[in-house]
Design a protein around this ligand. Sequence first.
Ligand SMILES: Cc1cc2nc3c(=O)[nH]c(=O)nc-3n(C[C@H](O)[C@H](O)[C@H](O)COP(=O)(O)O)c2cc1C
Length: 184
Amino acid sequence: MPRILVMGGSNSHTSINRELARFAAKCVDADCSQDVETILLDLNDFAMPVFSVDLERQDGIPDAAKRFVNDIEGCDGVVISLAEHNGSYSVGFKNVFDWASRYKVKVWSEKPMLLMATSPGGRGGAGVLGAASATFPHMGAEVVATFSLPAFSTNFDSESGILDTGLKTAFEEAVSAFAAKLVE
Ligand SMILES: Cc1cc2nc3c(=O)[nH]c(=O)nc-3n(C[C@H](O)[C@H](O)[C@H](O)COP(=O)(O)O)c2cc1C
């Protein structure tokens, strides 16, 4: 049974990106020709000091960073939706990512990835999605599909999912491409 790691790139307890990632994971399970095991990952379980080369030299890499990498190594695919803060990664995600990259440069361990972003605004996290799309493949991600959901509260409903027809089609195509990759 394929195992997918599902996370929001945010440490907010009310994260809309976590909500989107978890919804996408359910859709992957429904779309996939095999049952899918879903592992929900919360960035708050990977609390670490703010990355610094001095701290790394002094104390080494925190166990939480190693755990993050090990969790990725143990799965068959990653579903992630990134929060956008000032056009880039949220600090909560970036800190875990930076520490993890010191343990293993190819953080994503050549796993297939469904890469998404959403925000309350009209650009749907286009900035962070662009940054991650450019960078993650160099860090071991096989980005199978990307999806951006603008205006989250208008376009998403926790029961019905994606409300806008065009966005729903794009989302379903992204989910299907990722689900197919899991059983290749
Ligand atoms: C410090 C800060 C910076 C933000 N910058 C952006 C931004 O550049 N673009 C954007 O679309 N939303 C921005 N927002 C709004 C976030 O998209 C919004 O808070 C969203 O809920 C974050 O995702 P999350 O709920 O998954 O944490 C910002 C929010 C904060 C707190």
